[in-house]
Design a protein around this ligand. Structure first.
Ligand SMILES: Cc1cc2nc3c(=O)[nH]c(=O)nc-3n(C[C@H](O)[C@H](O)[C@H](O)COP(=O)(O)OP(=O)(O)OC[C@H]3O[C@@H](n4cnc5c(N)ncnc54)[C@H](O)[C@@H]3O)c2cc1C
Length: 452
């Protein structure tokens, strides 16, 4: 039988345990060893590996940087990991048509910086942007703080080159700003978590760089007041580009991990950013500041790039900082209608007290997306069970408030058992039928999104 390591040069195939270890987990810490790892450098190589696996019924797990929060790139079922780390070329930036063409392994933050030099803007900014890939972002339909004003990854993907499970190469979508010919297969593949096809090229819509940006830090002495300020800002018809929330526990965790001068005695802060023309953003900033002051907040304004950078470093440090305060972090990313944020946060406080479990909250309050972190220890069976109970109750509450169980981290392995809580059986049936159509042998990232 032809061997996998005859398909690519030996330095791009790993077969031994010590070489595949780093491909066996993602940010959830769930771990399973793959059969092998392949690191292709072209679409043709991807196609060759996938047709090889298809003929032999071997599962394939596409992998970007492994920063996923739901286990999507964990290689279940003795799979071949298809790592896109070497397909990291920025193929083209077409400034006159505001379109970029990239390979999937390009790191989001590198792309952002290349565009900045050309005064161009790609809004999706997951907090992991310095180390996650654009392919992973497309497969997860990643969001970020700027989603409030600018939307999520799907709003910027015009078209894709994909490789089907049997190795066939297909182009879907368009390379133009508009296009309505046929079904929108691009939207189907965006967010499909590597379960339908491998993404090998991405056509992205760009924007001109906003002319000016101002960042505000609003410091509150009550979580409830901060949540009410969020609703009020949104209701006042101003759409800031970010409206991020951090509770006291997150502030303290960040300051202990990477001190940036956040106020550790505050109960909550909002990190608010507005962009646009200098005159308009000054007016919006003044209105937002007066709403926060009416909710008893103190305001700090950062209009210098270095001051803004410091605040964003603090925000991006929350997730790693939390790992320091307890050994296991169950990170959920529920969404509720924005008007329900005060009620949801009050519910989370009560739940934490009732179950005697530490819950730390932060997130993209402006679009109702709260990162709820249940802090626990997997080794403490009794506490870990309470953490599991808390998780289910949090999902139930999010759905009761008219929300969803995941705003950006996807279903992967961790939320697969909970999908039926949210999905109507008919839509779940349709999704499974689509999966069979793309992947009749069930070889693309099996065990993700759908259990079993
Ligand atoms: C500190 C931290 C902060 C984070 N902040 C955010 C945030 O603000 N917003 C947010 O949305 N997410 C966030 N995440 C989650 C994560 O970074 C995103 O989901 C990101 O999009 C994953 O990219 P990746 O390259 O690491 O993909 P991976 O984790 O490697 O893969 C994720 C999924 O995509 C699939 N996939 C990867 N590449 C391809 C491809 N080329 N073709 C087909 N399928 C593919 C995989 O099979 C898997 O199912 C954060 C994670 C961390 C650790």
């Amino acid at each position: 039988m032809k061997r996998l390591d005859s398909l690519l040069p030996p330095e791009r195939v790993s077969l031994f345990e010590e070489d595949t270890l780093c491909y066996s987990f993602d940010a959830t810490g769930i771990e399973e060893r793959p059969m092998a790892v392949a690191r292709p450098i072209s679409t043709d190589e991807v196609s060759t590996i996938m047709s090889y696996a298809y003929e032999r019924d071997i599962p394939i797990v596409p992998r970007g940087a492994g920063t996923g929060m739901s286990g999507g790139s964990v290689p279940l079922n003795n799979s071949i990991v298809l790592s896109f780390e070497r397909m990291n070329n920025l193929i083209d930036i077409d400034a006159s048509n505001l379109i970029a063409v990239v390979e999937p392994g390009v790191i989001n933050g590198h792309f952002q910086r290349d565009l900045e030099a050309l005064e161009l803007f790609y809004p999706p900014d997951p907090a992991s942007m310095d180390f996650c890939t654009l392919g992973g972002n497309v497969a997860e339909n990643a969001g970020g703080p700027r989603a409030l004003k600018y939307g999520v990854t799907r709003d910027y993907v015009l078209g894709l080159e994909i490789v089907m499970p049997d190795g066939k190469i297909a182009l879907i979508g368009t390379k133009t700003q508009k296009g309505v010919v046929g079904y929108d297969l691009t939207r189907l593949v965006v967010g499909s978590e590597g379960t339908l096809a491998a993404i090998t090229k991405i056509f992205l819509r760009l924007l001109p760089m906003p002319r000016a940006v101002i960042t505000l830090l609003a410091v509150f002495d009550s979580v409830d007041a901060s949540a009410r300020a969020v609703s009020k800002i949104i209701a006042s018809s101003i759409i800031p580009r970010t409206l991020e929330f951090m509770d006291r526990e997150s502030i303290k965790a960040v300051e202990a991990f990477k001190p940036t001068g956040l106020p550790t005695t505050a109960e909550a802060v909002l990190l608010i950013e507005v962009d646009g023309s200098p005159k308009a953003i000054k007016e919006d900033t003044d209105r937002i500041a007066s709403i926060c002051i009416a909710h008893k907040a103190d305001i700090q304004v950062a209009d210098e790039p270095s001051a803004r950078q410091r605040l964003w470093e603090a925000r991006r440090a929350i997730s790693p900082a939390l790992y320091r305060i307890s050994p296991t972090k169950i990170n959920e990313d529920i969404v509720v209608p924005r008007s329900k944020i005060p009620e949801m946060l009050a519910y989370l406080r009560r739940l934490s007290e009732d179950l005697n479990i530490r819950i730390v909250n932060f997130g993209h309050a402006g679009d109702g997306n709260i990162h709820v972190n249940i802090m626990t220890d997997r080794e403490n069976a009794e506490e870990f069970k309470r953490a599991g109970d808390a998780r289910r109750k949090i999902f139930e509450a999010a759905l009761k408030f008219g929300g969803t169980i995941s705003g950006e981290h996807g279903v992967g392995i961790t939320k697969a058992p909970f999908i039926p809580m949210e999905m109507h059986p008919a839509s779940l049936g349709m999704m499974k039928a689509i999966k069979r159509l793309f992947d009749p042998k069930g070889l693309m990232n099996p065990g993700k999104i759908f259990e079993g």
